[in-house]
Design a protein around this ligand. Structure first.
Ligand SMILES: [Zn+2]
Ligand SMILES: [Zn+2]
Length: 378
């Protein structure tokens, strides 16, 4: 079967829109007709080498669509079901899944490091009639699937555990954001952190993930909720989604402003950019016993130097992966929250684009513009 997809062939280059072959789903796999895919900052990070993937690869890991076919052994979804694609295959067998920590499923790291299905192969192939591959005599070329998903494509084959059925009346073109950014952000605030009503929260970086963290903090009853972002439109958006204060870190002294607002620093700080500078900022604005939760993904080879005296103020620093979520429980719950008006998602979408415009949207993301672009498919 032929599909159109956005393929990354080189670092720092442009994605090329190509026709690929997609193979039918094998055992415990699902074929999904893509309705929409968000563009996540991690796609940008892979394109620019901050996160690594074997090439060529179809990017995109925030997809939603309708099940078209299932392979042998699939019982959780059937053709016609509306699904979100989870980053975790929730294998149900590994040590982390057995501890109900599906967000750390050991099969997920295989899929994300290799860009393949669970069996180590992909379902996407390019042909040399349309592309030439140097140094190989074969006219067929295997194309990887970012996170084992590859949602910048008209169809996706994903591990069955990644296909999460949701209610039919929820709009897929908006709920797709729950596949990565919203679960990562809102999950960090409601699962990773133990926020109590009245706890103070600061969120550094107010893109799609940061705004989702902020909403999770609002739902948990945090106060004050302080949004930190140099872009005025993002601060305004943050204030409209539940932030009580906003700080421009380029023109205001972050630590002093946080002290003014909270007295001693915040109970919880969240970092949603993935830069060492802002990880440091997140730790530096904590009150004694405060917790800094790092959600943004920096270059994984970076090292963090910890000021030891802070340990004796019982300040904590911890990461949060995929919102510490249990996808089968949390993704449909976030959809319900959206449908009930509790979780705002439409406001996070800056624009809807066609697959052909993906490079422009990635460039805008690099300049820090807008919260989220969503690719729409027919
Ligand atoms: Zn993502
Ligand atoms: Zn597992």
């Amino acid at each position: 079967m032929k599909i159109k997809a956005a393929v990354m062939r080189e670092l720092d280059g442009l994605l090329s829109i190509e026709e690929l072959d997609i193979a039918p789903p094998k055992e415990n796999e699902v074929l999904i007709k893509t309705t929409a895919s968000g563009i996540c900052h991690s796609d940008y990070s892979v394109l620019h080498g901050v996160l690594r993937s074997p090439l060529p690869v179809v990017l995109g890991h925030e997809g939603a669509g309708i099940v078209e076919a299932v392979g042998p052994g699939v019982t959780n979804v059937k053709p016609g079901d509306h699904v979100l694609v989870s980053l975790s295959p929730s294998c149900g067998k590994c040590a982390m899944c057995l501890e109900e920590r599906e967000y750390l499923c050991m099969e997920m790291s295989k899929a994300s490091n290799r860009g393949t299905m669970m069996d180590g192969t992909t379902r996407l192939t390019a042909h040399s009639a349309t592309r030439h591959t140097a140094g190989t005599s074969s006219d067929e070329e295997e194309v990887r699937q970012l996170c084992g998903i590859a949602s910048f494509a008209e169809k996706m084959v994903v591990p069955a555990g990644c296909a999460i059925k949701i209610r039919d009346d929820a709009p897929l073109e908006t709920c797709c954001l729950i596949g990565c950014g919203v679960t990562t952000g809102t999950g960090a605030a409601i699962n990773t952190a133990d926020i109590h009503p009245g706890n103070s929260v600061a969120v550094i970086g107010c893109g799609g993930v940061g705004l989702s963290i902020l909403q999770g903090a609002r739902i948990k009853g945090a106060h004050p909720i302080i949004a930190v972002d140099p872009v005025a439109e993002k601060r305004a958006l943050a204030l409209s989604l539940g932030a009580t204060h906003a700080i421009d870190p380029f023109n205001e002294n972050l630590k002093e402003r946080i002290k003014e607002i909270t007295g001693k620093g915040v109970h919880f700080s969240f970092e949603a950019l993935g830069s060492m500078k802002t990880i440091n900022d997140a730790y530096s604005i904590l009150r004694p016993t405060g917790e800094a939760i790092i959600v943004g993904v920096p270059n994984l080879k970076e090292k963090y130097e910890l000021p030891v005296y802070n340990l004796f103020a019982e300040k904590e620093l911890r990461g949060s992966v995929y919102g510490s979520s249990r996808p089968k429980r949390d993704l449909p719950m976030f959809v319900d929250w959206y449908m009930d008006g509790k979780l705002k998602l439409d406001e996070l979408i800056t624009k809807r684009i066609r697959l052909e415009d993906v490079n422009q949207a990635l460039e805008e993301m690099g300049r820090g513009e807008g919260a989220r672009s969503v690719i729409m498919f027919d």
